[in-house]
Design a protein around this ligand. Structure first.
Ligand code: AMP
Length: 267
């Protein structure tokens, strides 16, 4: 496995065959491993990017304390058969400083996560676009854990005619239902217990086809501050009367903001 951090080394590290890219912000866990495994199984070459993108953090968010575990991340990448890691510095990614041109996510970027985190999806789509241009993959793997992000990346690839096959990977969870997240390591043991309400509320919503049951789960755990719990169609539009739908939630547990979502089949 090679590790490169600048553009020239990335360009000269030509990978054979079809190339799969997995983009990460590090602090890798089994969720990232699932993406890498899919990539490993489906492409000749696997390229992982590792970059904590300052553009997608708000001024009062956790950019400075976001976990950075480079050695362990490279260990996991090696174990999963990654061929090349691109781990640029901020200066390599943004040599002119903050970019003046950014990807505009459109209306879908202003709701749910976009409503709570202004500018978040501008930052995400801008870095994803840049990393796609820099790495030129055939396939790009993203987790359903960040469902709105996955939906917006699919929209960007379609609207910009990017010649890339975007592949979604189901959310990996702990045995008790908690979705794996790099931010879970912020949680104290009691907070981790409280955080189970997110997946519980989503399961209740999926089982009943209505958010009422999910809201009741949140009401029973007042220390968790609900941001939203919604039922939508699979493209995040208004919920259909029946058929495939999606339930999504975000909530704050102590100072940690967590998100989760599940597929729902409305009878
Ligand atoms: P991050 O490092 O948090 O930016 O995530 C990098 C990629 O891993 C994104 O495509 C995420 O959606 C995906 N990911 C994060 N957590 C999980 C999970 N629990 N299951 C599946 N994919 C995940």
């Amino acid at each position: 496995m090679r590790v490169v951090s600048d553009r020239a080394d990335l360009r000269s590290a030509s990978l054979p065959g079809d190339v799969a890219v997995v983009m990460t912000m590090g602090a890798l866990h089994e969720g990232h491993a699932a993406l890498l495994r899919r990539a490993r199984a489906e492409a000749k070459s696997v390229l992982m990017t590792l970059f904590v993108n300052p553009l997608q953090f708000g001024p009062n968010e956790d950019f400075d304390r976001y976990p950075r575990t480079m050695e362990a991340d490279l260990e996991l990448a090696r174990a999963e058969g990654v061929d090349l890691v691109f781990a640029p510095t901020r200066e390599v990614m943004y040599p002119q400083g903050e970019p003046s041109v950014r990807v505009e996510p459109g209306p879908l970027g202003a709701v749910l996560e976009g409503a709570s985190r202004p500018g978040f999806f501008h930052g995400v789509l801008t870095v994803v676009n840049k990393l796609l241009q820099l790495t030129r993959p055939d396939y790009a793997y993203f987790g359903e854990k960040d469902y709105q992000q996955l939906t917006l990346i699919r929209a960007m690839v379609r609207d910009f005619d990017l010649p890339i096959d975007v592949r979604g990977v189901p959310t990996v969870r702990e045995a008790d239902g908690l979705a794996l997240s790099s931010r879970n390591r912020y949680l104290s043991p009691p907070e981790r217990q409280s955080a189970l309400v997110l997946s519980r509320a989503l399961r209740a919503t999926a089982a009943t086809g209505s958010i009422e049951a999910g809201l009741a789960e949140f009401a029973a755990v007042p220390e968790v501050k609900l941001d939203y719990l919604v039922l939508t169609d699979p493209m995040l539009g208004p919920a259909p009367d029946h058929g495939p739908a999606r339930a999504l939630t975000a909530a704050r547990v102590g100072s940690t903001r967590l998100i989760d979502n599940v597929g729902v089949e409305l009878p």
